[in-house]
Design a protein around this ligand. Structure first.
Ligand code: COA
Length: 399
């Protein structure tokens, strides 16, 4: 039998502050239910100037790496669409901060929110050929649409780190997947623009359309495998999006399954949806990390899932590229994913009011060649952006 390859360790790291959607709704003169029910979000993570994508990613990865891992990692792949440099990859900083062995390579990948899935696939293929080596995949983003914009309630930030190895403890990925590319403008950010451009309604329709096209392809090519999927996780720019995707598959008239089979499949998937969206509701959009945050959420909260259960991962990146991955839960998943630590990390965050959120949102790293000590509004433990000097970013660690 082929060696199993996939996610051996996995961690989540969030900014210290968050804004309650209720606070945002009141400030923007919107009914709170629009955000909490209509969009499906409770809180929105708010990163400070110290908590850039490198700091978030390094803090996520630090939690999972042993000295042995650092010696076995051959690649550090950083997936993001919040990169602050056209050329230098965020993973070069991570490589140094975490003291990964010097002969590893480090690079960034990009395709909107799909990027981390591409990184994961690259990592798995590398390890399949070299089962005694490992790859570190980091996915970190800051979703910024701008104050008082239509996309504001779907902002968020955070990072997921995944260590990819043979015989993984958490989740083994199948080699087969179904991917799709469809050149569209639903969400994009030209290099000269600080904020994303989004056609939210079109993006929702495109996402649903692509999900149903992938489901149709899966039905046609691997119907038995599809029927065995215990749960389906989604890229969740806002949690209502996953419900909409399930609804679009339900409404799809043509199916190789009879009505009873399809209803049974959808009811099973629906029964796990709330657990798979629970963490995402508390963070907001984390772009590349959203799908993997949802996977963590499902694995720690769905109490009856067990080793051997197969899970679908629907990855969607605007622009648009999507892929359906299938993986199998492994024996050690509950030990490797420490639910108490994750829940505590979420609970240790601090709520801020609208004035503080807006002030933090407007803070920016200097763009001239001055030497500036970065001073955030709070000193949290871990890696942080400490200084910018002649356009170079420097990080420090605080106990
Ligand atoms: N109670 C309950 N639900 C309410 C409500 C209330 N008082 N008021 C409105 N709603 C519902 C609406 O019916 C709608 O639900 P539906 O989509 O199921 O029909 C939902 O809340 C959103 O309302 P809508 O008027 O469509 O909101 P909007 O015009 O402000 O746009 C987004 C919402 C999500 C489209 C917008 O925030 C956005 O574009 N975000 C970015 C999304 C993105 O990044 N996409 C690309 C990545 S995949």
């Amino acid at each position: 039998m082929d060696t199993k390859v996939g996610i051996d360790k996995m961690s989540v790291y969030l900014p210290h502050f968050y804004l309650e959607m209720e606070e945002l709704a009141t400030a923007r003169g919107v009914e709170v239910e629009k955000y909490t029910i209509g969009i499906g979000q409770n809180k929105m993570a708010v990163p400070t100037i110290e908590e850039d994508i490198v700091a978030l990613g390094a803090n996520a990865a630090k939690q999972i790496l042993t000295e042995e891992d650092k010696g076995a990692i051959d690649q550090v792949i950083f997936a993001t669409e919040s990169s602050f440099d056209y050329s230098k990859a965020s993973s070069t900083y991570i490589h140094e901060l975490l003291e990964i062995q010097p002969f590893a390579k480090s690079f960034e990948v990009k395709e909107a929110c799909y990027g981390a899935t591409a990184a994961l696939q690259l990592a798995c293929d590398y390890v399949r050929l070299r089962p005694n080596r490992k790859v570190l995949v980091i996915s970190a983003d800051e979703a910024r649409y701008g104050l008082e914009t239509g996309g504001e309630p779907t902002q968020g930030a955070g990072a997921i780190a995944m260590l990819i190895s043979a015989d993984p403890q958490i989740f083994a990925l199948d080699m087969d997947s179904i991917s799709i590319t469809d050149n569209q403008f639903d969400f994009w950010r030209p290099n000269y623009s600080e904020y994303s451009m989004v056609d939210g309604k079109f993006s929702t329709e495109l996402y649903k359309n692509i999900f149903t096209r992938i489901m149709t392809k899966m039905e046609a090519t691997q119907p038995e495998k599809l029927k065995q999927l215990r749960a389906m996780t989604f890229h969740l720019p806002f949690t209502k999006m996953g419900k909409k995707a399930l609804g679009s598959y339900e409404e799809l008239a043509d199916s190789v399954f009879n009505e009873e089979e399809k209803t049974a499949l959808l009811n099973t998937w629906k029964s796990y949806f709330e657990e798979s969206a629970r963490l995402n509701k508390e963070v907001g959009n984390v772009y590349t990390a959203s799908l993997f945050l949802s996977l963590v959420s499902l694995l720690i909260f769905a109490e009856d899932l067990k080793s051997g259960d197969q899970i679908g991962l629907f990855s969607y990146g605007s622009g648009a590229v999507a892929e359906l991955l299938v993986g199998t839960i492994q024996d050690g998943f509950l030990n490797a994913l420490n639910k108490d630590v994750i829940v505590q990390h979420f609970n240790n965050r601090e709520a801020i009011d609208i004035e503080r959120y807006e002030a933090i949102f407007n803070e920016a790293v200097p763009t001239d060649d001055s030497k500036t000590t970065i001073k955030g509004p709070i000193e949290t433990a871990g890696f942080y952006l400490a200084e910018v000097d002649a356009h170079r970013r420097y990080y420090k660690y605080r106990d």
